[in-house]
Ligand binder design. Sequence first.
Ligand SMILES: Nc1ncnc2c1ncn2[C@@H]1O[C@H](COP(=O)(O)OP(=O)(O)OP(=O)(O)O)[C@@H](O)[C@H]1O
Ligand SMILES: [Mg+2]
Length: 498
Amino acid sequence: MSATKLETLALRKEYPGTVALDSVSVCFEGGKIHALLGKNGAGKSTLVKLLAGAIQPTSGCIHVDGRDVRMRSPNEAFANGIATVYQELSLVPQLTVAENIFLGRTPKRRGSRGLMIDWPQTFADAQKLLAEIQVDLDVRRTVAELGVAQQQLVEIAKAMSFRPSALLLDEPTSALAQHETKNLFALIRRLAANGVAIIYITHRLQELEAIADCITVLRDGKLIGSIDMADANAEGIFTMIFGRVEQKERPASLKAGDEAILQVNNLRRKNALTDISFTLHTGEILGIAGMLGSGRTELLKALFGAEPFDGGEIRVGDTLVRSANPMRMKQLGIAFTPENRKAEGLVQILSTRVNMCLAGLNRIAPRGWLNRRREKKIIDQLAGDLDIRVSNIDFPVSSLSGGNQQKVVIANWLTTEPRIILFDEPTRGIDVQAKQQIFQIMWDLACRGISSIFVSSELEELLEVCHRILIMKSGRIVGQVRPEEISADELFVRCLEK
Ligand SMILES: Nc1ncnc2c1ncn2[C@@H]1O[C@H](COP(=O)(O)OP(=O)(O)OP(=O)(O)O)[C@@H](O)[C@H]1O
Ligand SMILES: [Mg+2]
């Protein structure tokens, strides 16, 4: 494969009220892994979508190997050798790996009842492709049976089936735990070694050392610069991304109260949770560490009443709950920010304004009447506290950048003025600065006596933020640690061990 050059010249994309990308001229070369960096809303996905033919530029142009190309659809991008894996996975869970790779393009043969899918050929082609890119997966398994890390590999295989000379990856690791990225990185490196130009978006700056050859930084839609990794250092990269910002640290005086706000006794659900018992105190931030599938999300859902439990009890303050449902738990002061913002957290077609107030409607519209003044006050305050960037609060929430959508999910639950907030992976897809803002929110809430339960796959985060961390495995709590007693590596080992 010959090395390709993908170049943008004064590329610009405007939306009503925002310039998402502002005259960006940048060059991506074949054989290299280009990390594309920038805080939430910086314009990274916009640049990728323009290169992928998914949206059209307002002005400027794109050159592939010096040729001016207009790409009016993803198919035209494929024809120019550009393939993309988007921020949100697009696989069909019920279909096999092979079908997903060749979705809409499965080999056909003439049968007794007309044209039908040639299964042996489909599986053989998929097998051959996977062998070529050295991915070890059973092509006959359905995607639903695979873990997220493997699904991500299928997405890349699907993109590679178009034989691209440039591969664009929008946050391929945001849904993966750190140790799950190994195979993905190895694959990306092999593709680059074959001459493919890789454009790789990530918020995990600690990955750069391992994966990037060069970095390109956007801020507020503008190109800040492109540099070789060899010339970069962590502080310099941070400043390019954020400008000058102050790093906040956990307040020294942050101490949990000793009053129990939540008591969980022998909570069980068949095949999911076994004998879960713990106490949460006022103003306490309680972390839950554990591998994927260890029951962390199931536990939060049970506490919120989103999934029933078979036995045991939950005591919120003085109220004993033997059967929970979200309405009841919300009344008792529990809020829940789910991990999957697209499916559970937001109503994509509704505006940012509405999405920020869904959970807290009874406060904003007491007795059913919407109080616009109160609504505006609450929204302005939250948008400021969380630094939510919106060009127009009445546009669909789907027009927000990934990280800003995540912040809307959190804002929505803060409007309910809860006593306890259950955070399930709240920092997924969020830039370092926004992450700090979310931690700051948890600390501020804690200072006001509001408690949090915080699930995260990033163990460093748990150690930075929490008072205490429970370790879950196979639906049980198998240990409890204090952040000052343990390192991230040791905690990781504790999550794995029998
Ligand atoms: N369809 C749209 N309509 C209006 N504004 C949009 C639309 N798509 C993106 N924007 C705006 O363009 C800007 C850049 O968004 P983009 O999605 O490119 O950011 P990003 O760098 O990918 O951020 P993140 O890290 O949060 O994913 C944001 O301010 C966003 O709100
Ligand atoms: Mg994005």
